[in-house]
Design a protein around this ligand. Structure first.
Ligand SMILES: Nc1ncnc2c1ncn2[C@@H]1O[C@H](COP(=O)(O)OP(=O)(O)O)[C@@H](O)[C@H]1O
Ligand SMILES: [Mg+2]
Length: 363
């Protein structure tokens, strides 16, 4: 039995179809991230699981019990809303113990939760006196204090600056794992989701696009949207024809690319290369196919690697180079670019067009 099951849930607000048949199942103790752009329906989905919104259709089951018609307080679910919804003028202690007091429960759990997030010594401070990171911890302590087995976190780290986000995301996971909680963590931050989740659900326009472990999602994106949402990628378009075990794609603006055995039968295709999968060198590479001459347009230093934008025929190609390997390259440098036939992600060209698929789509 799954710990949580969401079965074919639909929800519209007037003519806006926020969720269109969403099904997910979550194991006990699992840390699941729901990743999608703004408007994907993430908050709506969490609120339906929490019991704050009723679905138009579909069911929610927790430990095998159908809770779809149960009010929030009977679901044993703890929900941390987007933006925390703390009471800024109340003390840390009153915020964290609020839910327990309302329900007439003992307050030890609030004390424990505050100690867990390292803020027990600040219990008499007002929330507005705390930093962003501390407020996030207070909200988390309040969610934990509710003693629910299922924790629903809506963009819990989005209000934090980048460094604090990095620091707290792992703390969050550690805390949840230590307490044996099952967590649904909603975010629009790809890196955040991929780095802490056991599994990731990609949601877009109310439809699940893909579910999988972070590495599966990253290495084998199910569609063009997912591939391009996860990171900045090269999106090439062309006409493919099969030639034995190979596929030859005439890429618009680039030229012919020879690829491994095609995974799609479509002839009009989209070929995606991640920047780290494009090889750049100053000397002529020894490969027989897929080598193009180019000229460096810009080099962006990003620490471990540099991101190059290279003019290749009629296209600008993005390629990442380890920082140690970009020595000597500068703007206007002439380089060779190589596309490894095995590393291409190939998809049928979307019916509604590429722009719709990438930026609007699904509607
Ligand atoms: N109370 C509401 N009334 C009308 N439309 C809403 C309401 N809440 C959300 N929506 C719409 O439903 C869609 C999904 O919203 P939401 O669940 O908040 O997405 P996300 O959290 O992924 O940004 C959006 O188009 C949003 O504008
Ligand atoms: Mg939201």
């Amino acid at each position: 039995m799954k710990f949580l099951e969401v079965r074919s849930v639909f929800k519209s607000y007037g003519s806006i179809r926020a969720l269109r048949g969403v099904s997910i199942s979550v194991d006990k103790g699992e840390y699941l991230c729901i990743l999608g752009p703004t408007g994907a329906g993430k908050t709506t989905l969490l609120k339906i699981i929490a019991g704050l919104i009723k679905p138009d259709r579909g069911r929610v089951l927790i430990e095998g019990f159908d809770v779809t018609d149960l009010p929030p307080e009977l679901r044993s679910v703890s929900y941390m809303p987007q933006g925390y919804a703390l009471f800024p003028h109340m003390s840390v202690w009153d915020n964290v113990s609020y839910g327990l007091r309302v329900r007439g429960l003992p307050l030890d759990r609030a004390e424990e939760a505050l100690k867990m997030v390292g803020l027990y010594h600040r219990r008499f401070s007002r929330v507005y006196e705390l930093s962003g990171g501390q407020q996030q911890r207070v909200a988390l302590a309040r969610a934990i204090a509710a003693e629910a087995k299922l924790l629903l976190l809506d963009e819990p780290l989005s209000a934090l600056d980048a460094l604090l986000n990095l620091e707290l995301r792992h703390e969050l996971r550690r805390l949840a794992k230590g307490l044996g909680l099952t967590v649904l963590h909603v975010t629009h931050n790809t890196e955040e989701a991929l780095s802490i989740a056991d599994r990731v659900v990609i949601l877009r326009k109310g439809v699940v696009q893909q579910v999988g472990r972070p590495s599966e999602i990253y290495l084998k994106p199910a569609n063009i949207f997912t591939a391009s949402f996860l990171s900045e990628v090269n999106i090439l378009e062309g006409l493919a024809r099969v030639s034995g075990e190979k596929s030859v794609v005439d890429v618009r603006g680039l030229g012919k690319l020879v690829l491994e055995k095609p995974s799609t039968k479509a002839s009009h295709v989209v070929v995606i290369y991640r920047p780290e999968d494009v090889l750049v060198s100053s000397n002529t590479p020894s490969y027989k196919v897929n080598v193009f001459k180019g000229e460096v347009r810009s080099i962006e230093f990003l620490g471990l690697f540099s991101r190059l934008r290279i003019q290749v025929n009629g296209l600008e190609i993005i390629a990442d180079l380890w920082s140690g390997e970009d020595r000597g390259l500068k703007e206007d440098s002439r380089v060779y670019v190589y596309f490894d036939p095995r590393l291409a992600l190939v998809y049928p060209y979307p019916r509604e067009g590429l722009h719709v698929e990438l930026y609007e789509g699904g509607g």
